[in-house]
Design a protein around this ligand. Sequence first.
Ligand SMILES: [Zn+2]
Length: 297
Amino acid sequence: MIIDAHLHCTGRETADDVLQALDEAGIDHGVLLAPFLSDGYALDDPASLRRANAHLARLVAGHRDRLTGLAVVNPSDAAAADDLRAAIDAGLSGCKMVPSGWYPYDERVQPTFALAAELRLPLLFHSGIFIDGRSGRFCRPSYFEALRDHPGVRVTLAHLSWPWTDEAIAVGLIDRIHGRSGADALFRFDLSFGPPPPYRLEVLRRALEVLGPESLQFGSDCFLPCAGAEIAQRRGWLLELLDQLEVDADARAQIWSGTAATWLGEAASGIGRSACTKAAPRPARLGRRTRMRPLCC
Ligand SMILES: [Zn+2]
């Protein structure tokens, strides 16, 4: 069982496109994010995000065994909590947010977090340096400790917060120090890179040794529509690292699906009813141009 817990919609994909790509990549279940980085959609345009969420709700309808949809809202907008509730009512299962022009501890964003706690939603936050080259300063992992004021949410920080991976691991470790298991912890982290290739092995080794596999989950960070081979290549990157670190079968199962299934909670209740059984593809060799490029959205 493999869950890709971080897939971007652009608004150009259809459900058939997505399911075909997942089948080609050997992915059983995809967690799809409403579009916010593609033409016609923007984080500072709440009307565009409402369209984005409606698009995603239509796309996942009837495919809940294979697809989970996360709304995107900008919680600094006064209508964000209402927009999130509407998106959940329409069939989405959680929310992705990118601190861009706001900090997670800002008063004005707390109502959206409070609603997410009330609805016990899984939340995915961008964390770490951001692709726009302007918002990284809002996305430091320790800022997300404000979510501790909203028990009931289950938070994933994306990209292991690169380049602040040590800070992210420290944030995750606090739950453990206070006796919360990985499944019960407020924070877990996705292995959508994130760290460029020269950093990845050491970052993953440290995260595994300090937090364990129950705090880590796979995400390709691919933009749909895309070829299944692209998702498979990113799956292969992680597979190669797990091989190098000689991670055992139980830990791998946790990273490929267990952590994400716990994070998704009820939203994951249909997962696994039509499992994809393709063997894991071997990683394609990285080209020169992709080798150093951080992937972080
Ligand atoms: Zn992303």
